[in-house]
Design a protein around this ligand. Structure first.
Ligand SMILES: [Zn+2]
Length: 209
């Protein structure tokens, strides 16, 4: 008699998952990670609105002068918050059947940890600034794009900027293009537009004491 092959959890954890793509153990990792973010969601919202400084940024500010836009960190907070809201609507049963279980198992826990770290600060683990920067970059905050595309990108994160306003800033020299396309049209990064929208730092703040 041949043994029936039992489907294993697709996260690679090697546990059996006979009727689901992800085993219940891995599902529980996700559910618990999301539960830990409940207490920090208010803080995350405050950070995304720039009413509160993210802890990760404070760590960074001590090691390096704050040149350039700091606002992408807020976009990160906002993006994480949106993810957490979306994910909180999913049940354990939903997670057990999710496509690409290995990626979700990793990503939800990483995102949840990032949320906790941003609000509460690093505890035992070292700050993963490289990871945060990589993520912001991945989200396109530093990609030069046409004004309309950049403002649409920002609107996705709840930041509404009229593209005419961007043109005005450019005319006044408050904002400089980050390159031009093949037709010579100016390109801007969402990060630079947000920095022009919320100039948080006076020039004097940039000078090291
Ligand atoms: Zn598993």
């Amino acid at each position: 008699m041949t043994e029936t092959e039992i489907h294993l959890c697709e996260t690679g954890c090697t546990r059996p998952a006979p009727s689901t793509r992800m085993c219940w153990h891995c599902v529980d990792d996700i559910v618990q990670a999301l539960e830990r973010t409940v207490d920090v969601s208010d803080g995350l919202l405050a950070i995304s609105r720039r009413e509160m400084a993210p802890q990760l940024l404070r760590t960074e500010a001590t090691t390096r002068p704050a040149y350039g836009p700091t606002e992408p960190m807020n976009l990160t907070a906002f993006a994480i918050l949106q993810d957490l809201v979306t994910w909180s609507r999913l049940t354990a049963a939903d997670w057990s059947q999710v496509d690409n279980p290995g990626w979700w198992h990793h990503w939800v826990q990483a995102r949840a940890q990032m949320a906790v770290d941003m609000v509460e600060g690093e505890k035992e683990t070292a700050p993963d600034l490289a990871g945060v920067r990589h993520r912001v970059k991945q989200e396109g905050a530093y990609s030069p794009m046409l004004v309309g595309t950049a403002t649409a990108w920002l609107a996705k994160y709840g930041i509404h900027v009229d593209k005419k306003r961007v043109g005005m800033w450019a005319a006044r020299g408050k904002l400089h293009p980050d390159g031009r396309d093949h037709t010579g049209t100016a390109l801007y990064t969402p990060a630079a537009i947000v920095a022009a929208l919320h100039p948080t730092r006076k020039p004097a703040d940039l000078i090291d004491a």
